[in-house]
Design a protein around this ligand. Structure first.
Ligand code: MTE
Ligand code: MO
Length: 327
């Protein structure tokens, strides 16, 4: 059953929040009218139906998730593009390498070690993480620094849920996300294109922001391997590379972490990497983006939105900062 309708036109930045809340309220009311608990309405069917395509891999574990009001109303990118056009350099640098080679990734057993400046350091088993908090479907735009974007119905919960359970100390000012580096499973590690493991970082208030999603699935199923199984982070107002895949270690630290992309090319990839159409990459403009799945002659370029459309929610995190310097 469809409980939401979604329009394909682009929302203006100022429109996003009110429209989201409006749509969410409507879906809740409709679900209630149909005699369903609002949260049990099947967003899985909804996301797939919106693209007019079948989605999901045969045999993949399905996840039940409730609709989140933090979703964009844009049409999700077709499933085949979401799982077929990827950046995951541990499996090669071509867009189709992850789909071709990530099959060798072993996702069980899997643990995520949470350590550093926390009162309760802990090793979480992946199956524990799947049950730690109620799963939500969050439809977010993913804007790659290379100039393309997708709209993906992710499944997970706010990273803040995990933070609550480990209790960061007063010294914790940053969070370092360390991803798997195992040459036996990851043929891309033969290349020295990046320093392995792939490491990313956030300031602690960015990590604690409700939009920051500890991500365990997409399109109603557990994360496909090429998308960063079994758990990754998604930070929707930042360029895609801030969203590390296949996390194994999360460290709360005092000092700003060294990140893989910043080490590889510091003049091109700063620590913040907020989506910002006014700050160009040294080698290309960031003013517009190409939506994957809509390629073709007449494809119009979409304007890139400040903070990827989340200015109302996140701009205050950067009050007083010069975003040309802190790029
Ligand atoms: N471990 C790891 N995480 C990674 C990357 C990577 O190469 N390795 N690539 C990043 C980049 S550049 C992007 S755009 C997104 C792509 O996510 P997707 O393939 O699920 O769309 O993952 C990010 N996370
Ligand atoms: Mo990217």
């Amino acid at each position: 059953m469809l409980v939401r309708t979604r329009r394909a036109d682009d929302p203006q930045p100022s429109e996003i929040t009110p429209r989201l809340l409006h749509e969410h309220r409507r879906s809740v009311l409709k679900a209630a009218a149909a005699g369903l608990a609002a949260w049990s309405a099947s967003t899985i069917v909804d996301a797939a139906a919106a693209t007019g395509e079948s989605s999901g891999s045969p045999g993949a574990t399905r996840l039940q998730a409730r609709t989140s009001a933090l979703s964009t109303m844009e049409r999700p990118t077709p499933y085949k593009d979401v799982v077929g056009y990827n950046n995951f350099y541990e499996f090669g640098t071509d867009k189709d390498d992850p789909a071709a080679y990530a099959g060798s990734l072993r996702v069980r057993p899997w643990t995520v070690t949470v350590e550093g400046e926390v009162a309760r350091p802990r090793v979480f088993d992946i199956d524990e993480l799947l049950r730690l908090a109620p799963l939500e479907e969050r439809i977010y735009r993913l804007r790659c620094v290379e100039g393309w974007s997708m709209v993906i119905p992710w499944i997970g919960y706010s990273f803040a849920e995990l933070m609550k359970r480990v209790e960061p100390t007063a010294k914790a000012r940053y969070v370092e996300f360390v991803t798997l580096a195992d040459a036996g499973q990851m043929p891309g590690l033969r290349s020295s294109v990046l320093a392995w493991p792939y490491v990313e970082g956030l300031r602690i208030d960015e990590a604690a922001h409700p939009l920051t999603l500890l991500t365990l699935g997409l399109y109603g199923e557990v994360l496909p391997k090429q998308n960063g199984a079994p758990v990754r982070i998604i930070v929707p107002w930042k360029y895609g590379f801030k969203s590390g895949k296949s996390l194994v270690r999360i460290r709360f630290v005092e000092k700003q972490p060294q990140t893989s992309w910043n080490l590889a090319a510091p003049q091109e990839y700063g620590f913040y990497s907020n989506v910002n159409p006014q700050v160009n990459h040294p080698r290309w403009s960031q003013a517009t983006e190409r939506r994957i799945g809509e390629d073709g002659f007449l494809q119009r370029k979409r304007p890139t939105l400040m903070f990827n459309g989340y200015a109302d929610q996140v701009a205050s995190l950067y009050a007083g900062m010069d975003l040309r310097k802190a790029f």
